[in-house]
Design a binder for this molecule. Structure first.
Ligand SMILES: [Zn+2]
Length: 244
């Protein structure tokens, strides 16, 4: 072998060594514990309606699709969150009975349940956002606080009109965990309908929901300092959080 041959071999050996070193560095177990054990709150995100049940419909905009788009955006924003882990009851356009949605959320060990909806009304001028609590929930149920924190946050993030926390009997009474319905806007109002179909606006709603959940978790941890995420014990509600 001539000198050129030795140099070629030397270069090849060096390249191989570099490659091995790179592989070792890249595959080194991260010093940050990937599976940190600090428990996260599982947040059940339910896109209202689906499949044979479109929810509100105006023109070619279907409530079920808007609900799912928003849920997917909340899920995406929550994926890297240190405090929360999303659980989504439906990821596609499928009909799921209401009791089954609750069952799945409980099976997933969810601590908080949010069902996302778009509102409809006869008068096109009605606009804005509302959150709903099942009316059989006691005053001390943290759902009232959750409803007011999420509503204030989505209104702040979007500039949408805050129409207040409302209540009526809802299927959400089938679970004990804090649970609310979020009505993010009116599909029957032309301006709001255009916003609801806009991915940029959907992202703002998602951010508002996330902000509200952060506030609620901080509230829970303040109220129930020694108790972990899995707790379902009641916290005190503020008297101003409940509006008819
Ligand atoms: Zn709905």
């Amino acid at each position: 072998m001539n000198r050129r041959g030795y140099i070629t071999i030397a270069i090849l050996v060096l390249a191989a060594a570099t490659a091995v070193a790179l592989v070792l560095v890249l595959h080194r177990p991260s010093s940050a514990p990937g599976g940190r054990s600090s428990a996260k709150y599982v947040i059940a995100l339910d896109a209202g309606h689906g499949g044979k049940d479109p929810g509100g419909v105006v023109g070619d905009l279907l409530e079920k699709n808007v609900n799912l788009a928003i849920v997917k955006r909340v899920q995406a924003q929550m994926e890297s969150d240190p405090k929360m882990r999303p659980y989504v009851t439906r990821t596609v356009d499928v009909y799921i009975p209401l009791e089954e949605r609750i069952r799945r959320a409980e099976e997933a060990k969810a601590s908080i349940y949010l069902t996302i909806h778009v509102n409809s009304f006869d008068l096109p001028e009605v606009v804005g956002m509302e959150t709903w609590v099942d009316s059989t929930r006691k005053d001390a149920d943290p759902s009232w606080v959750l409803a007011s924190m999420v509503l204030e946050s989505i209104s702040a993030a979007t500039g949408g009109r805050n129409r207040g926390v409302r209540s009526q009997e809802l299927y959400l009474q089938r679970t004990k965990m804090p649970a609310i319905a979020v009505e993010v806007g009116y599909i029957t109002n032309p301006n709001e309908r255009a916003l609801l179909a806009d991915p940029v606006y959907q992202d703002k709603i998602a951010l508002g929901i996330l902000n509200g959940l952060h506030k609620f978790i901080a509230y829970l941890e303040e109220e129930q300092a020694p108790v972990g995420p899995a707790s379902s014990s009641a916290a005190k509600a503020t008297s101003t959080s409940k509006k008819p």
